[in-house]
Design a protein around this ligand. Sequence first.
Ligand SMILES: [Zn+2]
Length: 235
Amino acid sequence: MLPSFRLIKIFDIDIRIHASFFILPAAVSFFYARDYGYIVGVRACTLILLVFACILGHELCHSLQARRFGILVPRITLYPIGGVAGLQRIPREPKQEFAISIVGPLFNFTLALLLFFPFYYWLGRENLFSPSLDSWPKMWANVFWLNPVLGLFNLVPAFPMDGGRILRSLLARKMSYLKATLFCVNLGRIFAILFLLLGVFYKYWTLALVGLFIYLSADSEKRQAYFYDEHDSQN
Ligand SMILES: [Zn+2]
């Protein structure tokens, strides 16, 4: 297992970077610089760092909302495939789980809304609607578009994504927590297999990796729900 390093402390939360994280900007910059020139490599690296700044904002929103419900969040760790807020427990109160989960995607949608007009005037219409790494304004256009994409992607109803938790919290109001979890786990598996197949078919390996990650996460969520259920029936 690779270690993680403490980067900074925000709102008393340790922001950590997993060692494997460094591979991503280094590899991407190297390949872009080699194939398209040095400056494109620098733009690619800048974009990755800005992607992670947006992810960090998203995770901080989850963390601060969790703290409002008395849940400790000692750290947020950034991995190459995204960020993880280390909540000490996932609340089983559906309203709390809903509130904690929804603020992440809301952060990205709000940021996109706030950035739209400033970016429209700053970058110009043409640059804003043709994101790429061909110029700096087009690189910034990527930063705008990645926010609605991140927001929507996180709303996919599969664990460990926010959409899975949002759906469970909504279902858990009408049925037992275990039943709601099992429904979301199975739905999540369908999405995982879909992502995996699409990723392999189109050779879009990040998507395939995400599919695999979702599939494996579904199991741990299921185990946890069974554990709670047994625990409840013993009390
Ligand atoms: Zn999230």
